[in-house]
Write a protein that binds this ligand. Structure first.
Ligand SMILES: [Ca+2]
Length: 285
């Protein structure tokens, strides 16, 4: 066994976990590009409650279990038939060695028949990444293994241009704080447009997180953002893969809104099982 793999034997592996899934929509086709797995308790308890039990001692086991539950849960929910990717949040500080620590993920994917080239790994850091070399090494290894990589919550906290200067991922997910009211704020629109231009020049695709209004959707499309996630398109569904509001429906919805029927459209797309406000919680698993 490689040095540093003591994490594989860490105690406390039995978290009571399940996943909710929220689509990331390809706005050019209206279809889910991916489903992000968001951690919940086995009875639908919120992410914050589950995460409060994660410690420095058990975070490796937690991260490993999250990956397993995300893959098996997504397959049980029917992701194979959708053709969409599965996006998994991961904790960089729960990975000792990228090659060794991916083995359980690969084994699980093999057992349930999930193609590993449909896996996305999103990472975020709530605290400053002291060891960016470690993260860069993980990203490089994962890309070599055929996974898609993403920086989560880009533009928030320490996840910003400084990281992109050090290493590049396939995707960046623009933080919802930048997206909020982008249609009404000229500075936000200029900043988002600038980040999109930088990403495009680097060959990185952009996902807008936390899109909640038709105005935001329109402004982001105008800026050239193809992939979006947020309550406007679909809330997370507990153990299910919610059907996103198709882009054509957004336009129908706009028409409905002009007729004063917006609430009907909103309620039609909201899965009843998911009232949590934690859908955009960073590093939820
Ligand atoms: Ca995420």
């Amino acid at each position: 066994m490689q040095a540093g793999c003591q994490g594989c034997r860490s105690e406390g592996a039995a978290f009571d976990l399940a996943m909710a899934f929220q689509p990331i929509v390809d706005c050019e086709t209206g279809r889910p590009f991916a489903f992000e797995a968001l951690v919940r308790g086995s009875n639908g308890e919120g992410a914050a409650e589950v995460l409060s039990k994660v410690t420095a001692e058990n975070r490796y086991a937690f991260d490993q279990q999250c990956r397993v539950v995300a893959i098996t849960g997504a397959v049980e929910a029917g992701i194979l038939a959708t053709g969409a990717k599965l996006s998994i949040n991961f904790l960089p500080n729960a990975v000792y060695s990228p090659a060794a620590c991916i083995q359980l993920t690969l084994k699980t994917a093999r057992e349930v028949g999930f193609p590993t080239d449909r896996l996305i790994f999103e990472f975020t850091e709530n605290e400053q990444m002291i060891d960016t070399d470690h993260v860069r090494n993980i990203v490089a290894s994962y890309r070599k293994m055929g996974f898609t990589t993403a920086i989560d919550d880009f533009g928030a906290g320490h996840a910003g241009l400084g990281l992109l200067a050090k290493f590049q991922t396939d995707l960046i997910k623009l933080d919802m704080d930048l997206i909020r009211n982008v249609d009404q704020s000229e500075p936000r629109r200029i900043i988002v447009s600038g980040v999109v231009a930088i990403a495009r020049a680097l060959g990185i695709a952009v996902i807008a997180e936390g899109v909640e209004t038709v105005g935001e959707y329109d402004a982001l499309r105008e800026i050239g953002i193809r992939y979006m996630q947020g309550y406007l398109l679909a809330r997370p569904g507990f153990k299910i893969l919610p059907i996103p509001l198709l882009s054509s429906d957004v336009f129908l919805f706009k028409g409905a809104r002009q007729d004063g029927e917006a609430a009907i459209g909103v309620h039609r797309i909201a899965p009843p099982s998911c009232g949590s406000s934690l859908s955009h919680m960073p590093a939820s698993c």
